[in-house]
Each structure stands twice: as C-alpha cells, then as structure tokens.
Design a protein around this ligand. Structure first.
Ligand code: 5AD
Ligand code: FES
Length: 349
C-alpha cells in the first residue's frame, strides 16, 4: 500500500496528472505518514515558486442578500433567521481605504447573488477603486452571471473572479442545490470567465453532504483539466438554519491532504488556507500553509456586519477589526517561518 501511494504521489509531482481511479485511490488511502510525505513535497514546490511569502487578500463581504437557495449555505434565501445587510458603494470604498492603509493590494468583493446590485453599479465601483488605487487588483466573487455581465465587469477593470464549482460530479451537485440551479450553467460561467481573460478561481468544499471519494476524484480531475489560477477549498461546516444543519463537518486531515495534492498537481496555483479551515481547528490556517497553501484572506468588512455574513456556524474573526486580523495573521505566519505579504500577488505560471 505504502509503495503504491508513494508511487502515485511521485507521479503526480512529476507529471501533474493522474487518472480519476488513481485520485480515488489516493483519497481512500490517506494516512498520517502519506500526508507528511505529500506535504513535504508541496512545501518544497511552493517555496521554489513563491518563496516563503504568503499572499494576503482583503475580503469585503458587501451583501448577504442572495437569490439562491444552496442547501449548505447560511445566507440562502430560505433562511429567514438571517439578518440581511448590504453595504453602500461608499462603505465599500471606505473598507478599501482602510485596507490600503494596512498595505493590502488586492481587494476581494464577495457577496450573495443580490439582484439589487446592477452591472452598472459594479462597473462604477470597480472604476472608482481602480482610479483611487491603481496599484491594486480587484477580485470579484459575485456568483453566476451572464457572459455579457462578466465582460462588462472585466472591461471596467476587474482582474480576477472567484466562482467555486462546488462539485464536479453532476449527481452530487443536484444533492447540494435546489432544482432551479444548474451544474452546466456554473461550469459555463467558469469557461466564460477564463475566455474573457480573468484570472479565475474555482473550488469546492471538503466533506460536503453526500460527497464520495469518487466525487472528490472528479473535482481533482476537473481542476487538473481546467488549470485555474486560484483554487479555494475548505471544509464544509454545517449551519444550524439550513437543511444540512445536522450533517458532520469536513475534516482537517482530508482538507490538508487535498491541499497538498492540488499543490503537486498545479505548482503555480494560488491556494488559500481558508477561514473555514481556521474555524474547524485553532491552527487550521497555519497547517494549511504547511500543507502547500499560499494565500490567506483576512476580512476587511465593517465589524458591524461581520457576524451576519455567516455561511456556516462559529465563523472566526467576526469580532475583530481589519488591523487586528492583519496583525494576527502576520504573527501566525511568522510562527511557522512564513511571511505575510500584502502586494498584488499575481499568479506565477
Ligand atoms: N461550509 C463551508 N463552506 C461554505 N460555503 C458556503 N456554505 C458553506 C458551509 N456551510 C462556501 C461555498 C461558497 C463559498 C463562498 O463558501 O463553497 O462558494
Ligand atoms: Fe482575524 Fe486572527 S485573523 S483575528
């Protein structure tokens, strides 16, 4: 078993691809010893490509209104306990200002699919950010839109777009989403974003309900073929007011294992140690970095709304000011021999 596992890990490192069956085998037979074997290689690869810098992105969660009803998500439209909020453009620009002062050179605008925000509003906001902070990258995470809309936002100056594919297994996708959402549309969005010229991020949750080793292998196969610039993966964490409220969360170990495998597959990829990973374990983000991740995304949203952007229960950092999170993450990264850097941090293909 051990020989077969090391052989597959070595081959993934050398060739950057495996078959779905081989990924399934790796996922099934994870062990502490193999995790360390893969993590050591993953650290070496990211060190060669990115040094010991960990890129920080300032995350602005600007609306929790959402027209979607994903079964796992705390801000789904059916959750009547969710207190809805929406930042104004002025408030968002204020967050950028605070972030800029703290050194951030990437702003991530993330929100639910909020019909109140029209293309033109986004375009104006993006132009304003770019005018005020021309040395900054603007990353959007606004969910599914039309190709025309993606194009307009790109033309207004947006650089990157994050849209997790959530699962590459269509049958699994149907179990996580309501009838009216479509797997093929989500995948089409990712292809459109790439064709338009965005730096694109996909990603998925680890340990989501009904996930199997085969569906995870399909995620890896999809990521291999799509070759994203960024890949967001974090554990599923139940939210009490959703249909999945009593499902078990994803595990630290499986998330770390997948982070290492993705680093071996895509040496260039920008791979965040997510807030969800920091939520399921006090040292989750540090362990993520030590498994091959190279990005963290501290929150720049006003503390007054933090608790309301609750995709899952017990989310960390909801009471901390942006400056506190920045300081905290700097210390955390230093404690493991890495350095938090705030510059744009573009992908190095
Ligand atoms: N647990 C973990 N991650 C979640 N997301 C949504 N709900 C949850 C949850 N309960 C993730 C989804 C989404 C991203 C913004 O947050 O993958 O794409
Ligand atoms: Fe937010 Fe530690 S990163 S308090």
């Amino acid at each position: 078993m051990k020989n077969e596992m090391t052989r597959l890990i070595d081959r993934l490192e050398a060739a950057h691809h495996l078959s779905a069956e081989e990924y399934t085998f790796l996922i099934r037979h994870r062990s502490p010893e193999m995790m360390e074997y893969a993590a050591e290689k993953a650290r070496r690869i990211r060190l060669e490509r990115y040094g010991n810098a960990v890129y920080a992105r300032g995350l602005i969660e600007f609306t929790n209104h959402c027209r979607n009803d994903c079964l796992y998500c705390g801000i789904r439209r059916s959750n009547l306990h969710c207190q809805r909020y929406r930042l104004t453009s002025e408030q968002i620009l204020e967050c950028c200002g605070i972030g800029y002062e703290l050194g951030f050179r990437t702003f991530v605008l993330q929100g639910g699919e909020d019909p109140f925000w029209k293309d033109e509003d986004f375009c104006t906001l993006i132009r304003q950010i770019k005018e005020l902070y021309p040395d900054c990258a603007v990353t959007l995470s606004l969910g599914e839109r039309t190709r025309e809309s993606f194009q307009k936002l790109f033309d207004a100056g947006a650089d990157r777009y994050l849209l997790r594919h959530e699962t590459a297994d269509e049958a699994h996708y149907k179990k996580l989403h309501p009838e009216e959402m479509s797997f093929s549309h989500r995948m089409q969005c990712l292809r459109d974003l790439k064709e338009i010229g965005y730096q694109v991020g996909c990603g998925f949750m680890v340990g989501s309900p009904y996930q199997t080793p085969q569906s995870l292998a399909e995620d890896l196969k999809f990521i291999e073929e799509f070759s994203p610039d960024m890949c967001g993966i974090g554990p599923f964490i139940p939210h009490k007011d959703t249909p999945f409220g009593s499902f078990a969360p994803g595990t630290l170990e499986e998330t770390l294992w997948l982070l290492s495998l993705i680093r071996l597959m895509l040496p260039h990829v920008l791979l965040p140690a997510t807030t969800a990973l920091g939520t399921i374990h006090p040292k989750g983000r540090e362990l993520g970095i030590l498994s091959g991740a190279n990005v963290v995304m501290p929150n720049l949203s006003p503390v007054s709304v933090r608790k309301k952007y609750e995709l899952y229960d017990n989310k960390i950092c909801t009471g901390d000011e942006a400056a506190e999170c920045r300081g905290c993450l700097s210390r955390r990264m230093e404690s493991i021999g890495y350095e938090l850097t705030v510059h744009r941090g573009d992908v190095r293909r």
